[in-house]
Write a protein of this length. Structure first.
Length: 684
């Protein structure tokens, strides 16, 4: 009689959510017989508190998805056809190394890495990849597609990407949720805001769209896209006129006040109301609240900086807490990003020194559509001959995606894509290399919404033939003759050294997270990480660049109402169940979303003969996009909301909303202007 072999005991492995979200949750994966059977938020981690968003709650569905890429593939059809044949890892890597070596022998700058935050991890992100491309001498990538305008604004005003600690929002008396649909994009912050609300706090949402978050706040300020800077300056006007100022804090801990005061006094509520498309009285009332309710906290998000004047707008908002002394309180100030608090040793991780004396050109990832179509020239350098894509899906996420598709369709462009799924970008690859998910590799994370370092340990073996990014770049380095010792560092070694001696790694191994030691009210007595140590209303650094040292309202390139041919402003916030283009192929989440939608106000719909649920054509001079119209109060008159980011191949006419967005850049930070876009809409 055969004996029954008992099942192995289940084990729990601590990890970290890899996605581009301020919450950066601590995970616990339960593994039985080598299979992940449950994923939950870690209840021991205070910011996570055992709760995951709906998207990441479905992460096991991604890991074991039937359409997961599980073996290397080589193109067997035309570019864009998505037709491939299986190939071995050795054959794929040998050929990739051979072709990259041939290009590099002519000019390594003709090779371009393209990546962003498909994972936020420091190791599977740009550690071994950075070493490989720096040793190769490839073109550098300006990674600006999400946050660089706001980041530059914080650096120029507060000195770094720093702010108040998120946990103390629960103690605030007033919370301005500015440019953030927190219910969908930062659920743990929203729980803190709700706790403050139960204690009597007033919540105000500032957003062009009537989001789920706006509906739950006491007030919604529904301004026009790209007018946030004008609103912030008008709030300053009222603070000055009514003397709702902390003169002592301004005198001791700020610089440039007289110039900012003079500029603010030009921005009456009436002037700002005309620009913002909201009542002047609403601005006065909001200024009174901000000037008199203590403590006052502002939660910014990145949507507001995706317009021409996005950097100036963030600068203006970031000045507000110092005017009223909000930084004195641990529940006062502003939070856009806390990532500047983290002492990650990126120089060691990415080894820029491997470039030696070489100074490759830098290509902005926002302009990839134009840059893939550029010929060689003295000003641009060599034409791009090869692109290696990892942690990104540029065909879906980059602006003016019609040009992006044409660039990737070049038969003379050699394209390698490291991916987990058959995305739009994979369709244009010459080689597809299957990548691991977060449950299958080591990584370490800083965050931008709280102040804990997070460690991710592999819970299961790589599924199929998938490999971590780090392993792929190590093996390519070996094949290309790079013998530097740094290519022998293991993933665990990279995690151990990523933060030097600033974090107890044994603590990370044991519980998966460790807190940085940061004061509860980090700027109560000034001490900003600026050159002056003060909140810099006037930035000498910007002035030396020939830019305005003071924040101002910079109008959109394509301001609402400025074109008769394309009279509607369009913003493209994420659909509730997507994170950029991730999770689009998770069927349970796609069942909730249904199909690509455009929210349009009833007045704008009626003027165009559009009824609810009708297929429409959204268009401008850059292209057109077909989707379903939703006549909705979520859209204000004159503004439509194209919910993104669907994969192009799932769109009604093979496009997505980025067919319409432009490759122009912001005032600061060289970032995209996704929400600075004029369109018109017709029945399809």
């Amino acid at each position: 009689m055969l004996e029954t072999v008992p099942a192995a005991a289940a084990r729990q492995v601590p990890g970290a959510c890899p996605h581009d979200c301020p919450d950066t949750c601590a995970l616990v994966t339960t593994v039985q017989d080598g299979v992940a059977v449950r994923l939950q938020g870690n209840p021991a981690h205070q910011p996570t508190d055992g709760v995951l968003c709906n998207k990441v709650s479905h992460y096991l569905e991604r890991t074991y998805h039937p359409e997961r890429l599980l073996q290397p593939l080589r193109r067997s059809g035309p570019k864009g056809s998505g037709r491939f044949e299986p190939v071995s890892w050795d054959a794929a890597l040998d050929d990739i190394a051979r072709r990259l070596s041939a290009i590099a022998a002519r000019d390594p700058q003709a090779i371009l890495p393209y990546s962003y935050c498909g994972t936020m991890g420091l190791v599977q992100g740009e550690a071994m990849a950075g070493r490989f491309f720096h040793r190769l001498g490839a073109s550098l990538l300006d990674r600006t597609i999400c946050a660089s305008a706001g980041a530059e604004a914080l650096v120029q005003t507060l000195g770094a990407k720093v702010g108040m600690k998120v946990e103390f929002f629960a103690e605030a008396g007033l919370i301005l949720v500015w440019g953030s649909n927190a219910i969908t994009s930062s659920v743990h912050f929203w729980r803190l805001a709700q706790e403050a609300k139960r204690r009597g706090a007033r919540l105000v949402c500032i957003d062009p769209r009537r989001t789920e978050t706006a509906e739950k706040c006491h007030e919604h300020v529904q301004l026009l896209p790209g007018t946030d800077g004008a609103l912030a300056l008008a709030l300053m006007h009222e603070l000055v006129v009514h003397d709702w100022l902390d003169h002592d804090y301004i005198a001791r801990h700020t610089s440039g006040w007289e110039g900012l005061r003079e500029r603010a006094l030009r921005w009456t509520p009436e002037r700002a109301a005309h620009v913002c498309g909201i009542p002047a009285q609403q601005i006065r009332d909001l200024a009174r609240d901000y000037g008199t309710i203590r403590p006052a906290a502002i939660r910014l998000n990145y949507g507001m900086q995706r317009v021409r004047g996005g950097g100036n707008a963030v600068r203006a908002v970031a000045c507000l807490p110092a005017l009223v002394g909000a930084w004195r309180h641990r529940a006062g100030g502003v939070l856009l990003s806390s990532s500047g608090f983290f002492p990650a040793d990126r120089a060691w991780l990415q080894r820029l020194d491997l470039l030696g004396d070489r100074r490759p050109r830098t290509i902005n990832m926002v302009t990839i559509g134009d840059d893939l179509l550029r010929p060689s020239s003295p000003s641009f350098g060599p034409a791009v001959e090869a692109v290696v894509v990892y942690n990104s899906n540029p065909l879906a996420v980059a602006p003016e995606s019609g040009k992006v598709a044409r660039g990737f369709a070049r038969e003379d462009l050699f394209t390698v894509v490291l991916e987990q799924f058959h995305t739009d970008t994979v369709d244009y690859a010459d080689y597809v290399l299957p990548a691991t998910t977060q449950l299958e590799h080591w990584d370490i994370h800083g965050t931008y919404g709280h102040t804990d370092v997070m460690l991710n340990q592999p819970a299961i073996a790589p599924v199929g033939q998938s490999r971590p990014n780090t392993q792929v770049f190590r093996e390519l380095a070996q094949r290309m003759g790079f013998t530097d010792a740094c290519f022998r560092d293991s993933d665990e070694d990279l995690c151990r050294r990523a933060f030097g001696g600033h974090v107890d790694f044994e603590r990370l191994l044991g519980q998966g997270f460790a807190s940085l030691h940061i004061p509860d009210a980090p700027f109560a007595d000034g001490g900003f990480p600026t050159p002056s140590g003060k909140c810099e209303f006037f930035s000498e650094r910007l002035a030396r660049q020939g830019l305005d040292g003071l924040p101002d309202h910079v109008p959109n390139y394509e301001a609402a109402g400025s074109s008769q041919r394309h009279p509607l402003a369009m913003i493209s916030p994420p659909a509730r169940n997507w994170l950029n283009s991730t999770f689009v192929n998770v069927q349970s989440l796609r069942d909730i979303e249904g199909e690509p939608l455009l929210e349009i106000h009833a007045d704008d719909a009626a003027a165009r003969g559009i009824v609810d649920r009708q297929m429409v054509r959204v268009f401008n001079d850059r292209g057109e996009y077909h989707c379903r119209a939703r006549v909705s109060k979520r859209a204000r008159p004159g503004v439509v909301n194209g919910l993104g980011i669907w994969w192009r191949k799932l769109g009604a006419n093979g496009t997505n909303v980025n067919e319409l967005t432009s490759q122009r850049l912001t005032d600061l930070g060289r970032a995209p202007v996704f929400y600075d876009c004029l369109v018109d809409v017709q029945p399809a």
